[in-house]
Design a binder for this molecule. Structure first.
Ligand code: ADP
Length: 161
């Protein structure tokens, strides 16, 4: 049986931090399902389709990565996919508290559910989707923080005045 994990997130947009986690996850698992959370209550900069396409383009021809989406509770999605392991990244202490709560809530909702955490390397620990959106919205340079196709997508969202 191949060992698979779900890597869930909003990916609004995909950053090099996310990409680095995907590549590190592939060292731990045979395959990853990158699952884009389609949270209708949350206004996203990039649509679900755009976020999915940006991930697919940036990951390229890697047969061990599938890009999917979900709009339910993560544990219900995991049950439906029959994948009970989730990969998450830890950037800083501030991530820890929320992730600790989430992992325990998910384990309570589904006793088979397991969360695996990978710590961010020093290159990307400060990179978050919301910060990248903010920098780009003010015309700041996001080169090196996001893959080139995402940088291009951000330029289209925030054309220089
Ligand atoms: P963000 O918080 O950047 O908006 P997501 O909600 O899409 O990102 O996060 C999905 C997962 O990716 C979370 O587990 C998060 O900790 C992880 N992650 C986000 N940014 C990074 C990064 N720079 N390095 C490693 N992991 C990250």
């Amino acid at each position: 049986m191949p060992r698979l994990a779900i890597y869930p997130g909003s990916f609004d947009p995909l950053t090099n931090g996310h990409l680095s986690l995907i590549h590190r996850g592939l060292k731990l698992f045979d395959g990853l399902v990158v699952a884009v959370a389609n949270n209708v209550g949350k206004k996203a900069l990039f649509s679900l389709e755009e976020r999915t396409q940006l991930i697919q383009e940036a990951v390229g021809a890697e047969p061990r990565v599938e890009v999917d989406h979900f709009e339910t509770l993560l544990v219900d999605y995991a049950k439906r996919r029959k994948i009970h392991t989730v990969l998450r990244g830890l950037r800083a202490m501030s991530d820890f508290e929320y992730e600790f709560q989430l992992a325990n809530m998910n384990a309570k909702l589904d006793p088979d559910f397991e969360s695996v955490f990978v710590m961010t390397g020093q290159d990307y620990f400060y990179v978050t989707g919301s910060l990248v959106r903010e920098v780009a919205s003010f015309g700041g340079d996001v080169t090196g923080l996001v893959p080139p196709n995402v940088a291009e997508g951000l330029r289209r969202k925030f054309p220089r005045r």
